[in-house]
Design a protein around this ligand. Structure first.
Ligand SMILES: [Zn+2]
Ligand SMILES: [Zn+2]
Length: 347
């Protein structure tokens, strides 16, 4: 079968690899129909994440059709149209039983190298999904693959970050970063009842995209975002900040934008080991700070319902629909910031 393989920094190829087979009674074989290139795939592509062996299959976002199931699988069967979670969990360990699927003792991330469980990725014609009962969801008939695929990662990642912020209806929210996850956070905050949602990005085009999703755009290359937000909130700051970039500069900005007693929820992926926490001011201003990777299994049924009901439509973020053969071009475009979201139409 064809699959997108990691070669080296800034190099991927479409190669021929052996088709996966059922190895354990919990495995599910899926014929991939749609995959996607994610911002976190770019971290691998750029060589920021160690442990990606040459020829490993890339990708973790996908929809497909079940072709075979292991003997213990009960929730899906051959012929079902499914979307998978980007991180996989066993469903039975102590962490999974606590609902902390993203902390699963045996889990990992599909297509993300040795440090994340060494699972083959989903930018391929077929994928073997471990613990298929817990890591797959059937897609409602009325929901097309190119919407459902967002539930497996970025929409649910963003929704979870807003959920973690404790946003209440009517509260004002600032989302830092208008990349794909930031735009999903804008949609999630709005559907969860936020009042004004500000979207801050230093790229004018991205800020404009955020406006089309219902946010008030703040182009931080042209104006000071702190001043803008303070002017708009009578000098108080916003109730909630969603940080969707990652790294010290945008974390520091989040603390400047949030009101006293407000909450920050950080979801941006970073490779920085540490950062100086604004201790004294957070104490006196009573700031709640939360950071963590998404717990997709917790929220995916909710986001699938929102997609199915038409409350959220993320497809406007898709800039390119390419064949699997064109995946290397998709990586290049995304790497050069000439794409917002690349879907790979596999089969
Ligand atoms: Zn992803
Ligand atoms: Zn587990």
């Amino acid at each position: 079968m064809k699959a997108v393989q990691y070669v080296d920094v800034e190099s991927v190829q479409v190669g021929q690899v052996a088709e996966p087979t059922i190895q354990t009674p919990d495995d599910v074989l899926v014929r991939v129909t749609t995959s996607a290139i994610c911002g976190s795939d770019l971290h691998l592509y750029r060589g920021h994440i160690p442990g990606m062996a040459p020829a490993s299959i890339m990708g973790h976002e996908y929809t497909g059709v079940v072709t075979a199931v292991g003997e213990r699988v009960r929730q899906v069967q051959a012929g079902d149209r499914v979307v998978g979670t980007f991180h996989v969990a066993c469903g039975v360990c102590r962490m999974c039983c606590l609902g902390q699927y993203h902390q699963c003792i045996q889990g990992g991330v599909l297509g993300y190298g040795l440090a994340f469980g060494d699972y083959p990725g989903t930018q391929a014609e077929m994928v073997s999904v471990p613990w298929g009962d817990i890591n797959l969801r059937k897609i409602p008939d009325s929901l097309p693959d190119e919407k459902a695929i967002f539930a497996g990662d970025i929409l649910t990642t963003a929704y979870g970050a807003v959920q973690n912020s404790g946003l209440k209806p009517g509260e004002t929210c600032a989302v830092i970063g208008a990349g794909p996850v930031g735009l999903m956070a804008v949609m999630a905050a709005r559907v969860m009842g936020a009042g004004h949602v500000f979207s801050i990005d230093r790229d004018a085009g991205r800020a404009q995209a955020a406006e089309s999703f219902g946010a008030i755009p703040v182009d931080s290359s042209r104006s000071n975002p702190v001043r803008r937000i303070m002017q708009a909130t009578a000098g108080f700051g916003v109730d909630v900040v969603i940080e969707a970039v990652g790294g010290p500069a945008t974390l520091a900005l989040a603390f400047q934008l949030v009101r006293g007693g407000g909450r920050i929820s950080a979801i941006g992926v970073t490779a920085e080991a540490d950062w100086v926490f604004p201790l004294m001011s957070s104490l006196t201003r009573d700031i709640t700070f939360r950071i963590g990777l998404a717990n997709i299994h917790r929220d995916i049924d909710t986001t699938l319902n929102l997609l199915g009901a038409g409350r959220i439509d993320p497809t406007a973020v898709v800039s390119h629909r390419l064949s699997l053969d064109a995946a290397p071009e998709g990586y290049r475009l995304y790497h050069q910031q000439r794409a917002t979201k690349v879907l790979l139409q596999v089969g």
